[in-house]
Design a binder for this molecule. Structure first.
Ligand SMILES: [Zn+2]
Length: 303
C-alpha cells in the first residue's frame, strides 16, 4: 500500500501526513580544521568536507526537513560545490535516514555491516550504499580530500565507522563518545566491546574529536568520558548485588544520586540519564548482553 505522507516516511506505517518529517530545523555550521567543517541542529552533529569541485557530507540528519536544511547549510558555505559523496557513520535512521532528501544522486559509502541492515530495513528515504567496505580500515582520496574510515569493532548500531583525518589530527565518530553522561541506553549498544574498542583510537595521532552529538572534545575529555563508562560496569554490577530493581525509576534515581552524584552530578545531563544508564548496565549483567556481537570477544590491538 502506498503511504500517503508527502515526505519520505522512514519506517512509519500509520497513514496520513507526518508533519514532523518535513519540519524545518536551522542548521548552524563552523570550520573545524583545514577542509573539515561541522554542522549541527543543536543536538545532532556531523561534518562535511570541501573538495576541489564538490563537497563530501557525512550522514544526513534524521528527517527529510533536517536533511534539506543540512543541504542548504552546505550550499550556503560552498554555493558552487554540490554534494557528490555521502559517508554513513552507522545504520541508524536518526543519523543516516534521509540521503534521498540530502543529495539523491551522490555516491554513498558505508561499512558493509551498516549497509546490510539498511538493505534489510528498506526505510523510505534511506538510500543503500553505492560503495561498501569490509574490515577495519580503508583510506580514501576523493576530490582532493584524504580521510581514513575505521571500523574498530562493535560499539553502537551496526558498522559504526569513524573518519580519521591524520593530516588534521582530527577524529569524527558518532554515538560512541559525547560530552556528558547520556545515551548508552539503547539495546544495540555493544557494552562488552564499547570501551576497549574505543580505546583503540588512542593509538592514533589526533587531538580533536568531533562527536555525533553536542560539541567538540579534546583528547583528554574523550578519555575522561570513556572512564565514566568504564566505571559504570562496576556500578551496574554493584547495583544488582545491592538488590536494586532495574525497572524501578524512583529507586534508580535515588541510587544514582547517592552513589554517582558526588562524582558525576555536575556532568551534562546527569539528572536525565544517570538512572537510565545504570538500568542499562544492570540489564547487561542480568541478561548476559544482547546479540551475537555482544557476546564475542572484542578484537583489540593496533587498528
Ligand atoms: Zn545511533
Amino acid at each position: 500500500m502506498e503511504h500517503s505522507c508527502r515526505e519520505h516516511y522512514g519506517i512509519f506505517t500509520i497513514a496520513g501526513d507526518l508533519p514532523i518529517q518535513g519540519a524545518y530545523r536551522d542548521i548552524c555550521y563552523q570550520p573545524v580544521r583545514d577542509n573539515i567543517w561541522t554542522a549541527s541542529e543543536g543536538i545532532y552533529r556531523t561534518i562535511f568536507l570541501e573538495g576541489k569541485t564538490g563537497c563530501i557530507a557525512f550522514d544526513t540528519f534524521g528527517t527529510p526537513g533536517t536533511a534539506r536544511a543540512y543541504q542548504a547549510a552546505i550550499g550556503r558555505v560552498f554555493p558552487t560545490k554540490p554534494i557528490h559523496t555521502i559517508v554513513y557513520s552507522h545504520d541508524h535512521l536518526d543519523h543516516t535516514g534521509y540521503a534521498a532528501d540530502l543529495a539523491p544522486e551522490a555516491k554513498i559509502i558505508a561499512h558493509d555491516y551498516a549497509n546490510r541492515v539498511i538493505l534489510g530495513r528498506k526505510s523510505d528515504g534511506q538510500l543503500a550504499a553505492s560503495e561498501t567496505f569490509a574490515g577495519e580500515r580503508t583510506s580514501h582520496e576523493i576530490d582532493g580530500c584524504y580521510f581514513e574510515l575505521i571500523y574498530p569493532g562493535p560499539t553502537h548500531g551496526d558498522g559504526n565507522t569513524a573518519a580519521y583525518f591524520p593530516h588534521s589530527k582530527t577524529l569524527f565518530m558518532v554515538d560512541t563518545v559525547a560530552d556528558g553522561v547520556g545515551y548508552t541506553t539503547l539495546m544495540d549498544w555493544h557494552l562488552t566491546h564499547y570501551v576497549p574498542v574505543m580505546e583503540r583510537f588512542l593509538a592514533l595521532d589526533w587531538d580533536l574529536f568531533v562527536p555525533g552529538h553536542f560539541w567538540l572534545l579534546t583528547r583528554a575529555r574523550f578519555i575522561e568520558i570513556l572512564d565514566y563508562w568504564k566505571r559504570l560496569f562496576d556500578f551496574g554490577q554493584q547495583a544488582v548485588i545491592d538488590g536494586l530493581d532495574p525497572h524501578n525509576w524512583a529507586d534508580l534515581n535515588r541510587y544514582t544520586d547517592e552513589k554517582l552524584g558526588p562524582l558525576y552530578g555536575r556532568e551534562f545531563r546527569f539528572q536525565e540519564y544517570a538512572a537510565m544508564n545504570l538500568s542499562r548496565y544492570m540489564q547487561h549483567y542480568l541478561t548476559g548482553g544482547w546479540g551475537i556481537e555482544g557476546n564475542l570477544s572484542p578484537r583489540l590491538g593496533p587498528l
